[in-house]
Structures are given as C-alpha cells and as structure tokens.
Design a protein around this ligand. Structure first.
Ligand SMILES: [Fe+2]
Length: 219
C-alpha cells in the first residue's frame, strides 16, 4: 500500500514541488530530469510514477481533483468570466508530450473499456461548431454576452463572423482525445458522426435553463 508520506507529498500543488529526496519515493533523479534537465516526473496530475499502480494512479486522481476542481480554482474561473465577455482571452495550453502517453499507463481498468471512454469523449466533442451554435440560439435573447462567449458573433443575417472563446477552446479537445487514442492503441478511432440539428427559433427561458443544465451535466 502507498505510504502516508507519499500521499501527503502528492497532494501538494505543482508550484510547491518537493525536494529530490522526497521525489525519490517514485522516481530517481536521472529519471526525473533526464539529460536535458526537463522535469518529467510532474504534470497536471502531480507526480508521475515510473511504474504506475492502482495507488499511485489513485493519488494522481486525488491530486487533480483537489488542485484543479477546488472551490478556490473554480471560483477564480467564475470571477474572471465577465472579463471574457468584453475582452476574450484564450488560455494557453501547457506543452503536452504526446509521445510519453502509452498503454502501460492504463491501470486498474480494462484497456478496451478505457479506449471506449476516450472514443466516446471525442465523439461528444464533435462537431463543436454545431454545439456552439445551439448554445448561441439558446442564450442569445436571455444572455447575449454569454451567447457570444459560447457561440461567437454573427452578422445581421445570422452568419457567424467570429467563433466564441468557448468554441476556440473546445475545438482542441476532440483532436486531443484522438491523439490519446492513437497513442494508446496505434490506430485512429472510428468516430460516429454526432450531428445535431439547430433549433429553428430562439429559445424560451425554460428551454435555455434546460440547455444550461444539460451542458453542465455533459461536462
Ligand atoms: Fe470539451
């Protein structure tokens, strides 16, 4: 079983990295820094074990939940949302080392089942343009700023001029899931088209509310 000391140290934020003496619990200095000095034992889920087990994976999940889904983190995102209505600022992704993803990292779950989850996640993300335009229709009258954030700006004939900030972020997700899938099994996923019909009219308040709830549930 993973010892208590190890769990405590994994619960720290990446900004508060442990000294090498503690990181040696899961990786050696040469494994951690390689020959180029790049720290490869930490990512967004904390410390990467060189030999993943149920417990190290569990610790990484706990770390990610506590760090990225904390009330402080989410409140911060919510507080800055109005600023994106007037001045949309895309978030930059941290560099992803896609080649470091491999099937040996699937731990404690049937690999085929995990691949199925990744493929389904990619399908949910596409086609993102249709999704974003549905949100625009649902929100345009109730909350024009949020509609623009989700579905972009349109000219007087309803033609999309500039995609919304939400779409610009979201359109990166399906390719990311596809890349993960390819890394895990060496082939591209077969995605079933997820076509959505646009509503012919603007939504009522009740329909907008249901739409918002369904979007939150999907996330
Ligand atoms: Fe997404």
């Amino acid at each position: 079983m993973t010892d208590r000391h190890s769990i405590d140290f994994l619960a720290k934020s990446p900004a508060d990295r442990p000294p090498e003496s503690q990181s040696a619990l899961v990786c050696s200095a040469s494994e951690r820094y390689g020959t180029d000095g790049i720290d490869r034992c930490f990512d967004l889920a904390g410390c990467c074990a060189t030999q993943p087990s149920y417990f190290t994976t569990r610790s990484r999940i706990n770390f990610a939940l506590e760090r990225w889904l904390s009330p402080a983190e989410l409140s911060d995102r919510l507080a800055e949302l109005p600023a994106h209505f007037t001045s949309p600022q895309p978030r930059r992704w941290q560099r992803v080392d896609w080649n470091a993803i491999g099937p040996e990292q699937i731990v404690g779950v049937d690999p085929e089942f995990f691949l199925h989850i990744v493929r389904a996640s990619a399908e949910v993300e596409a086609p993102i343009r249709a999704y974003s335009q549905i949100s625009w229709h649902q929100l345009a009258r109730l909350h024009p700023e949020m509609a623009r954030y989700m579905g972009g700006t349109h000219d007087s004939s309803g033609r999309l001029i500039e995609p919304g900030l939400w779409e610009k972020e979201e359109r990166q997700h399906a390719p990311a899931f596809k890349r993960i899938y390819r890394q895990l099994c060496g082939r591209d996923p077969h995605l079933v088209p997820n076509t959505i019909l646009l509503p012919p009219t603007f939504a009522t308040v009740d329909a907008s509310y249901c739409h918002a709830i369904s979007r939150i549930a999907t996330e």
